[in-house]
Design a protein around this ligand. Sequence first.
Ligand SMILES: O=C(O)CCC(=O)C(=O)O
Length: 257
Amino acid sequence: MSQIPGPEYLAWQANTSSPLEHINTPQGPPQKVIKEIAEACKHYGFFQVKNHGVPKEVIDKMLSISREFFHLPESERMKNYSDDPMKTTRLSTSFNVKTEKVSNWRDYLRLHCFPLEDYIHEWPTNPPSFREDVGKYCKSARELALRLLEAISESLGLERGYINSALGKHAQHLAINFYPPCPQPELTYGLPGHADPNVITILLQDDVPGLQVLKEGKWIAVNPIPHTFIVNLGDQIQNRPPPIGCKSRAGPERGIS
Ligand SMILES: O=C(O)CCC(=O)C(=O)O
């Protein structure tokens, strides 16, 4: 993982980042990485991770099935539409179209995904391999989240299992964000600056840039690195008002996250 303060992490600002590695070892990451995680969490609330254990082909299928879904005919996509935020599987747009006055230029498919067997039957059946591809991705992403929470616990000087056992059987949600081409991108956001209300977000970008992270009043672009995740600490494990956030500008066309 990377994107942390200190000379070796200036790459974060220059956008040539060198993500932290070796999160996926049976005994947990080495102490060097644990220290880097501590620094990243303290100063950014964000870091990137590669060698994370989520297979490349699972990531590639996730990206391509997402693209396929959002390129289905509207009538097909709309079978999943709902403006009810309580629904556990739904396609929607912006943030909350029922309450907001100004909308953002984003469509999203939001799925509850743990336990998988409780929700997978609600998921889209088109494209035909959607459930299989997304189910595999969710399983792998959850394993990574659990390992990351162990590493974060350790970086705080706690027992490795501390955060996971404090959370119990924690839920897992997946949001697939799609940023359609915008004729007047200067008038809107894909997503405005925000913090995530959860514990931890594992963000997968496609190859189109747009994500920015707030650090000491400045928005820093986080350009995509293939097969690399961006990890964002959510409000539930921040111990102070978040100094960070993230936003996406409506670009020509952005894929999933
Ligand atoms: O799509 C992105 O790059 C950011 C997504 C995000 O911040 C969110 O869904 O909360």
